[in-house]
Design a binder for this molecule. Sequence first.
Ligand SMILES: Cc1cc2nc3c(=O)[nH]c(=O)nc-3n(C[C@H](O)[C@H](O)[C@H](O)COP(=O)(O)OP(=O)(O)OC[C@H]3O[C@@H](n4cnc5c(N)ncnc54)[C@H](O)[C@@H]3O)c2cc1C
Length: 491
Amino acid sequence: MKRRTFCASAFSMLATASMPWSRALATPGSIPALGPDGQHVMLTSADLADLRGRFKGTLLLRGQDGYDAARRIWNGAFDRKPALIALCAGAKDVATAVEFARAHDLLVAVRGGGHSLSGQSVCEGGLMIDLSRMKGVQVDVARKRARVLPGTLLGQFDRESQAHGLATTAGTVSHTGVAGLTLGGGFGRIGRKYGLACDNLIGAEVVTADGRRITASTTENEDLLWGLRGGGGNFGVVTTFEYQLHDVNPMMHGGPLVFPLVKARELLRAYAEISSEASDDLYIDAMIVPTPDGQRALALDVCHIGPPAAVERDFAQLRKIGTPVQDGLRAAKYVDLQCSADANYPAGRKYYIKSGFVQTLDARTTDAVIDYLESAPMPSGVMGFVHHGGAISRVKPTATAFWHRDASHSVMVIGFWDDPAATAENARWVRNGWRAVEPLTDGFYVNEIAADDDQRRVRATYGDNYKRLVSLKKKFDPTNLFRMNANITPA
Ligand SMILES: Cc1cc2nc3c(=O)[nH]c(=O)nc-3n(C[C@H](O)[C@H](O)[C@H](O)COP(=O)(O)OP(=O)(O)OC[C@H]3O[C@@H](n4cnc5c(N)ncnc54)[C@H](O)[C@@H]3O)c2cc1C
């Protein structure tokens, strides 16, 4: 295998203004690529032929059919063009792609469900290891376990588990991927009862940075399993996830409950009080959203897995916090609730999100949100709160890589828009909103990392677990091959 790597600085001496570098050095059939530090890499036709010979899935280069569709991810704000997309057919392909990336010093992005908010699953000029064809859920009903392939989306996982009256915590939008969601934590409608998705991860098969395929479980590479439970994609590419499932009745209660945003401060304080005192059976997200008539509303997303008497009591209390304009609380299938917010988050729009944890949702925080919305009205922006606590908080912070167990809620500022000309205005609105609430937060959810978040913020959010994560990173990925994530640097 021939390898030609050129330092950007050395190369700049060779390049001429009239001859782009890719053409200057290319041999027929070779392609230019980029390494992790922006260095130029030339992949020869022999390198590519060698890879093709060992790869079962599909390799896509710029300009080929399917390349543009494959490089697109959920967040339309990111328009990156990898040199090569490896659409893997299985774990062996993943190992082949990882070895190739390492041998050629390529920047690597790993794509599961493609919902990275900060665009980390696609890279400019590097190798995109795309797992989206590796879909599948195998339920072991007797042992209440599921083995799930890394390209699987949450909807499929929920449907196949619920076919047997089983489930585990998954996120609230069914087109999100199980892989990224689980590795960073995984909050969801039944998380207050059953913990984070990563708390229910009991095993994984992983391709490490040196191309080895290993198992992480409570008996093998236990340290790696610890790191995969909240440490994100830092330690390797997971090719199979094994989950603990729970008996979850497919019929439960929930839906949307929407109030006009009048007496906004009182409304939010009432939400804060009810959600803070809720039983583990009750989950309530609250988003302040724009309405078609140019006003704002408080939209609650409710899920209750408790007995009917508790449902009746809790829903009556919720309905009383205002006069609902929409009351969608009802008996509902879990799989339907799990899809109920899907249409609010279409793929391809441009999104910019900032978020942080609060230990207590107090009036200072809810008032800060209202103050900001009143001072800076923005037609499309959303602010709100995601409900945590319950079983999530009863796990020791050091038991898994996920540190912020004491968070009662996340506070979120979300900007979304379609017109590229509106980018600056929307980004400013999110940044200023975040400036207003960030001082009231403590740590953040790594799956909601923004492209402009720095290393200091990542380090802080892992608290006392950070040191252990660095040791693990040194052990499993000493050269930081997997860096497109909330990165734990090995140094
Ligand atoms: C619409 C929407 C709704 C969301 N709702 C929730 C929610 O309810 N609860 C919640 O907790 N989070 C939620 N999130 C955040 C979500 O957890 C992250 O965006 C997550 O990264 C998505 O995973 P993915 O596989 O789809 O993403 P991808 O973009 O494919 O992956 C994200 C990152 O995960 C890593 N990764 C992916 N696959 C692998 C793998 N197999 N092995 C190793 N690393 C891998 C890589 O670092 C990659 O950059 C939501 C996000 C969106 C866009």
